[in-house]
Design a protein around this ligand. Structure first.
Ligand code: GRF
Length: 209
């Protein structure tokens, strides 16, 4: 059975592009059936080029609850088994999260619980730490606070700026995202079993092969 995936983005969609590329070459039983955004995001083009359905639910200040209801209805209309936030720059209201979680995952450019929020890369640089990371986690109603599925450490170089560091982190995010979707599709990862808010889920060596 194919895992129906809906991806939500806000920007360039380079992580989405990597996921679509993996699906093109037969990512174990996963199929991106629609890509949505909260604005006319450049990354929607990666889906359009492949003939994948896209939608924009424009966010307007002061109408968060109504926007969330429209977005949830649009997402649900594609009958997703999994919803991926891949650079959606909005905190989703609790009612949206309740409808889709735990089959609702997010990629974050830091080693959570370190540096949550919209400026995770800049915050790590400003903190002067020697390493940061990338995390994929289940979305809960908080800000980047849901149960961690997988994460990796990324060293910070002395000449890094936000752009160079973010680009290196995104390479890791793409790997985490593709591996996670693949593991869910193949039945190796059950998101209902990932319940600890801070402990990364560990696959057994056998399951990782
Ligand atoms: C990623 O680093 C994601 O974690 C963050 O925004 C970035 C999206 O990049 N929330 P892109 O749009 O996939 O290039």
């Amino acid at each position: 059975m194919t895992l129906r995936v809906v991806v939500l983005i806000s920007g360039t969609g380079s992580n989405l592009e990597a996921l679509l590329g993996a699906c093109d070459v037969g990512l174990h039983g996963a199929d991106v059936v629609a890509v949505g955004a909260d604005r006319e995001a450049a990354g929607l083009e990666f889906a359009r080029r492949r003939g994948i359905e896209t939608f924009v639910e424009q966010y307007e200040v002061g109408e968060r609850a109504a926007w969330s209801r429209r977005l949830a209805a649009e997402v649900a209309s594609h009958r997703p088994d999994l919803v991926v936030l891949s650079g959606l720059m909005r905190v989703l209201p609790a009612q949206f999260v309740a409808e889709f979680s735990p089959m609702l995952i997010n990629t974050h450019p830091a080693y959570l619980p370190e540096f949550p929020g919209a400026h995770g890369v800049a915050d790590a640089l400003a903190a002067g730490v020697s390493q940061t990371g990338a995390t994929i986690h289940i979305v809960d109603p908080g800000v980047d606070s849901g149960p961690i599925i997988d994460q990796v450490r990324i060293p910070i170089h002395s000449d890094d700026d936000v752009a160079t560091l973010h680009e290196r982190i995104k390479v890791a995010e793409r790997r985490l995202l593709i591996t996670t979707v693949s593991n869910i599709a193949a039945g190796r990862l059950d998101l209902h079993a990932v319940s600890s808010p801070t402990t990364p889920f560990k696959y057994t060596a056998e399951e990782n092969e």
